[in-house]
Design a protein around this ligand. Sequence first.
Ligand code: AKG
Length: 307
Amino acid sequence: MQKAEKRLQAILQKYNTNFVTKDYSKLDVNKKIFFKFRFMCLNKTTIAFMGIIFMLVAAGHTTNLFNNSTCMIDMPSDASKWFREPEICDICESVTEVVKVKNVSASAFYSNFVGPAKPVVVTDGAKYWPASKIFTFKFFQKLYKSSNHESESSSCQFFPYKTEFTSLHEALNMDVKRAELENGEPWYIGWSNCNDYAGRILRKHYEVPYFLPNTSENIALNWIFMGGPGQGAHMHVDNVQFPSWQAQLKGKKLWRLAPPPECYYKCQEMQVTVESGEIIVVDTNRWYHQTFILPGEISITIGSEFD
Ligand SMILES: O=C(O)CCC(=O)C(=O)O
């Protein structure tokens, strides 16, 4: 039978005419041979070759062949929303405003705000932190000048927002006039510090917020957001592990907090202005959030997740 198939293939290759093909297609053996042909085209070498091409194309699009991303597949930044578990609307049903508190004990803070995932601003949270005076654009420029921040760890992230910058290094090298908001070219950036040396220096100038319970783990990874009035982060929800605190060191920032879409009919949107010296605490995994830097000086914040 094998011999017959081979013979027929040879004949077909030799007489590749409509006539032969038409008649041959009527034969039972056709299905078997045709099936074989298709797989013969995809022999091991072909499959290996196609595999390599596929991986190269995928790699070109998604891995660090052409950029510094270490993700195998770069998901769009909003993808976290698509896979988010729906919220039970208890977190927002009775919440109508972001309250401001001060001199709050760790236990009251935990039971009134962290447990129920209720956003809050602690007005005396960062009141006496030296960072308010020390952190400036120039301070960060000097701090990161000697270190190759981006290449240090896969946990480094940089958000250019509407700017053209592709890295923190590039942003910190912007024109002095622009950095000082003097040339009318707005900018706003955010980054996670993943440089041990820089982290140690930063921590000299701020503290773990006094209202966090002793048992809470203050995640060492800091987030810094800096930029001028009129700028800010678009409405989004995060996909991080824990709630976050953010200390407003300079400037004023308006936060717009929106319930998750499945709770739109039960809950309402809220806004709060965070002034310099205050700390906002929000579970940014559950509350959609957007920010606007209000008129005045450059806004500088530092924050972190905590559990
Ligand atoms: O502070 C900002 O402007 C944005 C903060 C933010 O989006 C976040 O912490 O997820």
